[in-house]
Design a protein around this ligand. Sequence first.
Ligand code: ADP
Ligand code: MG
Length: 285
Amino acid sequence: MPVSPERVRALHKYDLRVLMSLERLMQRYEWVPLDVLKASTKLSDSELEYRLQNLIEWNMVRYDAVPYPGYALIFGGYDAVALHTLTKKGTVTALGSLLGVGKESEVYEALGLGPVVLKFHHVGQQSFQAVRKERGYMPEAGHCPWIFASARSAEQEFAALQRLSPEVSVPLPIDRSRHVVVMSQIPGVNLNRCTLDKPRPVLDEILENVGRAYAKGIIHGDLSEYNVMVDESQVWLIDWPQWIETDHPNADVILRRDIENVLRFFRRKYRIDYPTEEAVGVVVR
Ligand SMILES: Nc1ncnc2c1ncn2[C@@H]1O[C@H](COP(=O)(O)OP(=O)(O)O)[C@@H](O)[C@H]1O
Ligand SMILES: [Mg+2]
């Protein structure tokens, strides 16, 4: 769970002030010194101390005495300010259950104007935790660089969805706050988790959409059976943060890798032999 919506709803305006000050200050400080935070929040010593204690307990803020006493926003706190913003705007009215956890994201069902999903980008957290295991002195996961890297990742994904929809079958982009993308909920299942009665038209439809994206100057960059969703009659391409422009120096290699991943899946699971060159020809018209 990134952060409980009840907890976000219950945040006091001073809690939010501390979180948002930290967010701003972390562009300049890896660990924000107490006096800097105090000047920014304009809270009394005791009020600020009380707020910080709670935020630390709720896993939103971290304190470290090394290299100097300071505070940092961690993912729980970043999740909280993003959810707060989206709720205030009315983009999200209720957070539902977890739909999927990837390497660097958590995806939740939610309610907005209709069924939507919230994708929380958590870049680098896992790799960072792996590094931390070996080096005990490393700070807890989640401070500054990962937070801003995650926001960039969400920004990238949102930009792709805006350029692609509605011509390419992707989730409709609805809103974004920081590292959280809000998009329409796809009424299908991941391609790797189902068995198709008629696989060939689905493969054609995937290539057709890869081609439409290509015509708009975009290559997915991480396409596979895991990032395609399907129902009986439609396919959707999801998970776009790593997309590249078609004039990128490695565009050819990356496009072929995308296409080959899909073809390999259909070859292995459905015994469909579709030559790579033919597929590339369909995509790059
Ligand atoms: N718009 C959506 N509608 C429904 N389910 C989704 C949507 N986006 C993602 N999911 C689910 O969440 C999973 C993880 O999302 P994805 O964008 O692929 O991120 P990751 O980088 O973690 O793989 C997907 O495999 C899919 O099952
Ligand atoms: Mg994925």
